[in-house]
Design a protein around this ligand. Sequence first.
Ligand code: FAD
Length: 385
Amino acid sequence: MDSQYDIAVIGGGLVGKAAAFAAAQAGFSVVHIAPAAPPDRRTSALMGPSVDLMQKVGLIRDPAALGVPLSQIRIIDATGRLLRAPETLFDAAEFDLEAFGWNFANIRLGEAFDSAGADLATLDIRQTSLAEAQRVGETWHLTLEDGTACAAKLLVGADGKGSKVRKLAGIGVRQHDFKQAALVCDLELERPIGACSVEFHYPNGPFTLVPAGGARANLVWIDTPETLNAARANPDALATALAQKSQRLFGKLVPLTGAHVFPLSSIFVNRAGKDAAVLVGEAAHAFPPIGAQGFNLGLRDVADLLRALDLANRSAYGWAGATADKYAHMRAADLMRTGTFVDTLFRSLLSDHLPAQALRTVGLWTLKTVPPLRRFAIGFGMGRS
Ligand SMILES: Cc1cc2nc3c(=O)[nH]c(=O)nc-3n(C[C@H](O)[C@H](O)[C@H](O)COP(=O)(O)OP(=O)(O)OC[C@H]3O[C@@H](n4cnc5c(N)ncnc54)[C@H](O)[C@@H]3O)c2cc1C
């Protein structure tokens, strides 16, 4: 007979690792279907509540041992448009915080999550992919690409934008592929940015330097794929672009790693759980990397999954179906609010229409000058409102 588990988590990205560990730590028997993947060269700016959650469930211990604090956010409108916003600075001290959050290399977070789960008796990790799954009665029967099979009551889809679990559960999705992509690489700066994340807003998308410790910064540059691929392929073109886009404010910017380009899309699901299957991370939501929301939202998925599991009565028939419904209900407002906010913000940054530019400019002026709004915006960005 196939091995039986309470929960099968599909997908070995950071959200899948966090969900599998957290569910196993909560006492559920978990099989984690996590195929080998190339190293994730991105970095994640994670807000205070996300870091608190990772510490609380035991995914990481001391954030200072893994990442770099983010205490300031500086936004520079470099669009050169008729209606430009003023430069805006948010300082954590103004909100009685030591830092808004921390910046981590995804590779280091992944290693920390792996070592946290290494000795958990309730966690069984299989380095293969989900090939097929079928729900019979209250059990999902899974066929894996390595030819083995297993069964679980609750299916957790952490299998990214093209989620197979989403299709299996028949969950509706709206997807939009943007014309922009994102280039990431690590840089050394002649004049360090300290703990301040600096965002230059250009007509094709933001160029953001995120503190990575000492004189280093992580670059997230959004532009057309043609521009980014040309810069990636030619060190001289990259050096010129770095100097221009940073407006030479930080002296010479020297790449420390190769550049990687990621396509950008947005994904909205009509619900995050159905038929004893739930979606977490980019299987449920994706948007461009502005305002550092994606993985933060994925960790909030994990927090709500834990809350829904905490309410589950495992001896009752159909507990997994009830858990998926509860989870979908819990996640609905946050997914709608955050997805709509980031999508609208991104489109307003790129818009050539004067009314949209005017709205954004007025928005940034009010954020610069009205303290309660600044508080609200920071609370929202941190996932608190
Ligand atoms: C340039 C960039 C910068 C970003 N910066 C930030 C930031 O600063 N802060 C922030 O909060 N977010 C950020 N994000 C978003 C964040 O990186 C993502 O939200 C997060 O990494 C998504 O993780 P995930 O585990 O859901 O998906 P993924 O990392 O895509 O993992 C999905 C996994 O599922 C696996 N899979 C697929 N199909 C199957 C199958 N059939 N069986 C088994 N496994 C399968 C894949 O192999 C993959 O490993 C950024 C994104 C980009 C592109």
